[in-house]
Ligand binder design. Structure first.
Ligand SMILES: NC(=O)c1ccc[n+]([C@@H]2O[C@H](COP(=O)([O-])OP(=O)(O)OC[C@H]3O[C@@H](n4cnc5c(N)ncnc54)[C@H](OP(=O)(O)O)[C@@H]3O)[C@@H](O)[C@H]2O)c1
Length: 280
């Protein structure tokens, strides 16, 4: 099988490149090999690669910056997946695409199932939802994986920010009124492969078991690193950001569990990530 991967340097793309080879020959691209903001480049690369499987791990993920760069976010998060989907349909390829808990507004108060109605609060969420809609409208065979609060031992993410401050013994102030599920990038990549191996298609929420707040996530990082940093819980309005975020964006993983088994708890995966991390 020929596999075209985008976003190979991202948190999820990096992990995917390592596990996709069990399925076939991987052509992994970064921004220089395939700029997702350039529609003709997408068509050209797909037509040259003639993939059986396209895995789109590239995305515009700067949630706050998207508020002031909506056009770029739209090109990468909505127009690009739409073109990949058209090309996938044309070539009979399967498209794996990723989306976010931020398509939901957080008012439901219980975990969001795949069938729950989205209503994004910020530009990033709106562009990701538009990407989902273009994917569905194309009629291509697809696997759409929604996830949340992605982190890894490399890249730029909440885990690394907190871990570095914790090792320096710095005090931390972290919001405690936003609920979600921290998701290790490697867990997401491994579950994408497992779903592909089972022949699944359609939409799945791919997150570990359990849920927490950013404060709970930070406290767990501090505790696993045996840091002496004090972690203070604050409200979202004490930490203003350009983008509004949902107060409760826990994704329900029942459909995932039914297909490949109950996922491990989020903090067990955090432990794995901490153990794999070498502080610079
Ligand atoms: N991060 C999260 O918390 C989170 C939460 C929910 C869902 N997701 C979704 O999960 C997927 C993977 O996210 P991630 O966490 O791995 O994101 P990430 O670490 O920010 O990686 C995104 C990758 O996309 C690439 N990219 C951005 N613009 C591009 C362009 N114009 N052309 C080609 N490549 C481009 C980036 O390249 P450069 O390295 O050159 O910038 C980067 O390698 C995305 O669909 C994201 O929306 C992420």
């Amino acid at each position: 099988m020929r596999i075209l991967l985008t976003g190979r340097n991202g948190q999820v793309g990096y992990e995917l490149e390592r596990v996709l080879s069990v399925l076939g020959e991987v052509l992994a691209t970064d921004r220089s090999g395939l700029d997702l903001a350039v529609p003709d480049a997408i068509r050209r690369v797909v037509r040259e690669a003639k993939p059986d499987l396209i895995v789109n791990a590239g995305a515009y993920t700067a949630v706050d910056r998207a508020e002031s760069e909506p056009d770029t976010a739209m090109r990468v998060n909505a127009v690009a997946p739409g073109i990949l989907a058209e090309e996938a349909r044309r070539h009979g390829a399967l498209l794996v695409h990723f989306s976010t808990d931020y398509v939901f507004d957080g008012t439901q108060g219980s975990p969001y199932a795949e069938s729950d109605a989205p209503n994004p609060l910020n530009v990033y969420g709106k562009t990701k939802l538009e990407g989902e809609r273009r994917l569905a409208a194309s009629g291509c065979r697809h696997l759409l994986l929604r996830t949340s609060w992605v982190y890894a031992a490399r890249g730029k993410n909440f885990f690394l920010t907190i871990a570095r401050k914790a090792l320096a013994g710095e005090p931390l102030r972290v919001v405690s009124d936003q609920h979600g599920v921290p998701t290790e990038a490697r867990f997401l990549a491994e579950n994408a492969i497992a779903l592909l191996q089972r022949g699944e298609e359609g939409t799945f929420h791919v997150v570990p078991s359990g849920a927490t707040t950013w404060y709970g996530f930070a406290s767990a990082i501090v505790s696993q690193l045996d840091s002496t940093s004090a972690v203070q819980a604050i409200r979202s309005d004490e930490y203003p950001t350009p983008a509004r975020r949902p107060r409760y964006s826990v994704l329900d993983h029942a459909k995932l569990s039914k297909s490949i088994g109950t996922p491990p708890p989020w903090d067990a995966l955090l432990d794995r990530c901490v153990r794999s991390w070498t502080p610079a």
